[in-house]
Write a protein that binds this ligand. Structure first.
Ligand code: SAH
Length: 391
């Protein structure tokens, strides 16, 4: 009843091992199916491996959402509702609702739901649908979210999603709108999030636990939060007793929001918001910091861009290392999926050599735990960080 995609013999290994992506190069016979259809993936010997969404124009030609036999009732509303219930069950174990009201609920392959991410901001769910197959089942996912008690759903187009299939779902509020901004808490700090105008779904939730780590090391320090966006790391640094915090971001609006959030959480705190390019700022400033956070946007948006991105990360880390007081800390991140943890470490090594500083790795960091990494899908580990001691 489902069209079959047949893998080449000798090219089925990764899917047998539950990797959810079927690449075009591994396909022997294409299914007789349309973009977005659910198809069956089988080996050249006719063994059924699983079911996925068909994307004929993409290099990732099928994204598998279910391994093994199909459930007796098929992929019906209850099947998709079950996926959402399991995602919620995990979040209930991770998130303390008394202090944190924003979190990622659906992390695509990390929740066995390719093609969708959904972030929760109090009563609001912001969803991004990335492929046609997920578009087809989206009404069932939405019904399950409403059933789970979320009051407002906002559908947002992912930036630079042009390379994926055009998803035609109407964007914007899918329910009664929630007045913006919506106030949420993260580890007890207050954030006002505008899901309509903010970057990504409104906030960079993936850094929550790394922000808390910064808090633990900020007491008495002069802190630079480079690529601050609305000042997430800055608030945590102040919560941890930083003596002074500077937030730098190229977006004037982000800096205005950061200033507002500091006033809201820590009225009168010693905080300076600067709207500037962080490369220029770090090269030109005469300030020296005890602790620097570097959280740039993804420089490598594609595999082809990796070399240029590596140069960018190296330069950035090098100039930052030069502005750290002896015995200071650098928390440096990369959210480019195409830069592996290993490569990132090599890049930072190169920066340390060029900066001529003694540098030690204290911790290796990753994305927050509500962005789970499917062990069979290492590509899901996109955020890497290093906590460095700079002598
Ligand atoms: N650390 C933030 C998230 C940073 S996202 C948090 O915890 O919320 C990356 C930020 O870098 C965005 O706010 C973007 O406006 C900013 N940005 C992009 N290019 C920049 C540049 N060259 N200089 C300064 N900021 C830049």
């Amino acid at each position: 009843m489902f069209a079959q995609l047949i893998l080449k013999s000798g090219r089925d290994r990764s899917v047998v091992n539950r990797h959810p992506w079927v690449f075009s190069g591994a396909i022997k016979t294409y299914p007789d199916a349309e973009n977005g259809d659910v198809i069956a993936v089988v080996t050249n010997n006719g063994q059924l491996l699983g079911y996925g969404f068909y994307s004929p124009k993409s290099q990732i030609t099928c994204r598998i959402f279910h391994f093994g036999e199909a459930p007796a009732a098929g992929f019906d509303a209850a099947f998709w509702q079950g996926k959402i219930e399991r995602a919620l069950h995990l979040r209930h174990q991770l998130i303390d609702p008394k202090t944190t009201t924003c979190y990622r609920l659906l992390h695509a392959e990390g929740d066995f739901l390719p093609g969708i991410i959904a972030d929760v901001y109090g009563p609001v769910v912001v969803a991004q649908v990335l492929i046609k197959g997920t578009e087809h089942i989206y009404p069932m996912l939405e019904a399950a979210l409403l059933e789970a008690g979320f009051k407002h759903i906002y559908l947002k187009q992912k930036e630079n999603s042009g390379f994926l299939e055009a998803v035609q779902l109407p964007k914007g509020w899918r329910t009664e709108p929630c007045p913006m901004p919506v106030r949420v808490q993260e580890h007890g700090l207050m954030f006002d999030i505008n899901v309509e105008t903010g970057q990504k779904t409104g906030f960079f939730i993936d850094q929550r636990e790394n922000r808390l780590l910064t808090q633990q090391f900020s007491a008495g320090k002069k802190v630079l939060n480079a690529f601050s966006y609305t000042g997430g790391f800055s608030l945590y640094a102040l919560a941890g007793g930083a003596r002074e915090v500077h937030s730098v971001d190229i977006s004037k609006d982000a800096i205005a929001r950061a200033n507002d959030l500091v006033e809201l959480n820590f009225p009168g705190a010693k905080h300076l918001g600067v709207s500037a390019d962080c490369f220029d700022y770090l090269k030109q400033t005469e300030e020296v910091y005890d602790l620097i956070v570097l959280d740039p946007p993804a420089f490598a948006k594609s595999a082809k861009a990796v070399n240029n991105a590596a140069r960018g990360y190296k330069e950035l880390n090098m100039v930052a290392m030069k502005k750290i007081a002896p015995g200071g800390l650098l928390f440096t991140y990369s959210c480019s999926q195409n830069i592996t943890p290993d490569l990132f470490r090599k890049i930072v090594f190169g920066a340390a050599v060029d900066a001529g500083r003694e540098v030690r790795i204290l911790r290796q960091l990753s994305q927050a735990d509500d962005h789970p990494i499917n062990i069979y899908h290492p590509e899901g580990e996109y955020l890497k960080g290093l906590m460095l001691y700079v002598e």
